[in-house]
Write a protein that binds this ligand. Structure first.
Ligand code: AMP
Ligand code: GLY
Length: 439
């Protein structure tokens, strides 16, 4: 085993240097595994020169820019000052909700991602639910409250289990799935009285608990046209068998075989198209990646949530399947010309498994050395919570990295991923051994 050195990226340095003369440089805002997967996809484009990431991470093999992903002013100034950067890709939810894309666009800079108004589908669950009701998009029955007593009175008046959701962004944690009425009443107090999720809990949504299986469906949307990506499935719980606490996601696979072509057709007609058209009608056309979190129960398909961006860790499984040039797709989304592209995907089966720091999603150690042997061809590491200590990579976050590959069958992909995980290590590392076990 050797100590990892920061990745240098897929493109050999001589090729990247030559490309800089004729190609566009790009900036990715964000610094997790999802952003590494976006950088990997961009790195395959002949039209992309240097890739910058703010703040990025030391494993991405790109130029790190020392600006936080939520510092809108500093990002705008940086892009204005670096004329070589021809496109900024805003990947995380927070800067989108802060209007980073609007600010860049107002300065005449090309930015990939929705405006603040369009990203509201993610940053306000109450808005998303009202939007779905207005446009007849199937979702769980719900009520929205700004008053804790009214929410509790509603919970006491119904005879079904509920999920209580803080209205705003809460680092993916603002959703409390309740097993009974007593838990739901406590959830209301935690969100509204104790402000467990801060201002995100000024309003909340109480909605019917839905059973079934979950699928993530992502689409490129240019305001008017859309193009679906292969489906994917996240694994949110920390431990095998979907036990333990909810996390940011412990692994994913793509596509989801249980989601049939008929289900995709239904979803197109009853969910994707009305959403795209609805946002035009709202005066907030959606441009970027729109993520539909779906619950499937037999023929019944409903939207659990919208995200206004690529999902993490779904993206780390989905984007390696993309055969077309992602830079061209991003450009077409910005220009509203997605209908002119024929986007191609591999029909291979992709899987990624997250290696996390012991204790995550609660307290965990940082600064542990990451060792990594030679991985098999076609097996990739997308880094997330890592930094360089001058000698190699050390852990700096809960989700440290994920190992991904694609193959002709899921069985083969799974075997290769798990065989290669054994070649990577750091103190207290843990991962789920059952990613894709239901396939
Ligand atoms: P959300 O951020 O709205 O997707 O919620 C996070 C997770 O909570 C989802 O991925 C589901 O696992 C679960 N969840 C959310 N809403 C519901 C619901 N109405 N019924 C069952 N589970 C839900
Ligand atoms: N994987 C779920 C999310 O990105 O929000």
């Amino acid at each position: 085993m050797k100590t990892t050195k920061p990745q240098t990226g897929k493109t050999p340095p001589h090729k990247r240097a030559a490309k800089q003369l004729t190609c566009d440089d790009v900036l990715i805002v964000g610094g997790g595994g999802r952003e590494h997967a976006i950088a990997y996809a961009l790195g395959k484009s002949d039209r992309v020169g240097r890739i910058y990431a703010a703040p990025g991470n030391a494993g991405m093999g790109v130029e790190q820019v020392d600006i936080s992903a939520t510092d809108v002013d500093a990002i705008v100034e940086y892009v204005k000052a670096h004329k070589n950067i021809k496109m900024t890709i805003v990947a995380p939810d927070d800067p989108l909700s802060l209007g980073m894309v609007d600010r860049l666009a107002a300065c005449g800079l090309r930015a990939f991602g929705p405006t603040r108004a369009a990203a509201r589908l993610e940053w306000s669950k109450a808005y998303a639910k009202d939007f779905m009701k207005k446009y007849g998009i199937p979702t769980a029955e719900y009520e929205t409250f700004t008053d804790a007593d009214a929410a509790k009175a509603y919970i006491n008046s119904i005879d079904f289990n509920v999920v209580v959701k803080a209205d705003g962004l809460a680092l993916g944690k603002g959703v409390i799935v309740c097993e009974d009425k007593a838990q739901a009443l406590i959830a209301v107090d935690e969100i509204m009285r104790d402000k467990k999720f801060g201002a995100a809990g000024n309003a909340l949504v109480v909605e019917r608990f839905l059973k079934g299986f979950e699928v993530s469906l992502l689409a490129f949307v240019d305001g008017e046209h859309y193009s679906l990506m292969p489906t994917s499935c996240d694994h949110k719980r920390a431990l095998d068998g979907d036990k333990g606490l909810n996390t940011g996601g412990m692994g994913a696979y793509s596509p989801c075989p249980a989601f049939t072509a008929g289900m995709t057709e239904f979803t197109r007609r009853h969910i994707v198209e009305p959403t795209v058209k609805g946002m035009i009608a709202e005066g907030a056309p959606f441009k970027g990646v729109l993520y539909f979190g779906l619950m499937v129960d037999g023929d019944d398909i409903r939207v659990l949530e919208y995200n206004a961006r690529f999902g993490d860790p779904e993206t780390q499984s989905v984007l390696p399947l993309l055969k077309s040039d992602i830079y061209e797709i991003f450009g077409a989304v910005i220009d509203g010309t997605l209908d002119t592209l024929d986007i191609e995907w591999s029909d291979k089966k992709s899987i990624n498994v997250v290696l996390a720091s012991g204790g995550y999603p609660e307290a965990y150690k940082k600064g542990c050395h990451i060792t990594q042997g030679e991985l098999d061809d076609g097996v990739r590491v997308f880094y997330a919570g890592v930094k360089s200590n001058g000698h190699g990579l050390v852990t700096s976050g809960g989700r440290v990295l994920c190992v991904q590959t694609e193959a002709d069958s899921f069985a083969e992909a799974k075997k290769r991923v798990y065989d290669n995980i054994d070649k990577i290590g750091f103190d207290d590392c843990f991962y789920r051994r059952d990613i894709g076990s239901k396939l």
